[in-house]
Design a protein around this ligand. Sequence first.
Ligand code: AQP
Length: 340
Amino acid sequence: DSVVFSMIQPTGRFHLGNYLGAVRVWKDLCDLKGDNIKLLFGVADLHAITVPKPDGSKFRQLRNEAIASILAVGVDPSKAIVFHQSSVPQHTELHWILSTLTPMGYLNRMTQWKSKANVNDNSSDEAMQAVKLGLFSYPVLQAADILLYNATHVPVGDDQAQHLELTRHIAGQFNKTYKCKHFVPPATLLAPTKRILALNNPDKKMSKSDPNQNSVIYLNDTPKIISAKIKQALTDSISHKFYFDPVNRPGVSNLINILSGILRLSISEVEDEISKFDSHSSFKDYVSEILIEELKTPRHKFEKLMRDQAYLQEVSEKSARSAATIAEPNIQKIKNIMGF
Ligand code: AQP
């Protein structure tokens, strides 16, 4: 039997990268689901506190909006467990156990904490010492999340591939240390769409916490806002023909990648489709039109769900109970192997 597990952080409104790299993939998995597959999709609220923290009421709202966004994209709570990580305390318990098996040197090679803490290998001692332990050990908690459910498949965007390597390493370390075969290394299910980049700075990925809101298409942006953001997206004046060349034309290529993700076409099929455009404005109008159409239903569903707080609460509470029925016996088995 397969167990598919993935999570997303409630660090802000969900955007097009979260959609194509994660939540739409989750919806597709719900649509395909057979009886022998379990799906668990979580809101990683314990991970979210590793970065600057909003106040309590804002955080509560973000945690709530995250559940609504997942459901709005079409993840079906009768087919998938949609829950808050913090509502299943075994995540933190397993994190501690796994942290005793994780080499600091391995964590030190991870790139995400460095970019989130704004440090690199040449940063001063002072900057390095200010990095918080929770941010550094984030991938260990991620490994605990996945291994708590003995997940066989983990759908993620390519920015997370490195953390999954570490999860497999930790699983192997546990088996080796305790001479058992308890953990089966989970497989990475890479999202079909390549990383979506910031509209105004295609050197970095589109990110919830980008201070430049114009670089990010949020799933609940109105048609007017979407058109305005695409109009000002960075492109180039190399040619009025549009083709994929991420090195020389990163902005144009990002828009082509977005089209490829949404339309579920290959890059070259998109290039054929857009060969009819001979101006930046007609190309961009087309991108806006496709985005507006795609995000219409999730936006309306999100608004409707946010008006029904009782339903959101019911889904997350029921799902937390279902998640615990897998997590509890597993942590008991793990502790039993260890001699607790
Ligand atoms: N730009 C992206 N392109 C493709 N996939 C992306 N993902 C995130 N950004 C892109 C995928 O979304 C999932 C959930 O991500 P997360 O919330 O756990 O954390 P993140 O990757 O750090 O996301 P953000 O949006 O960049 O948030 P902040 O600003 O809080 O750091 C993952 O599967 C990820 O691959």
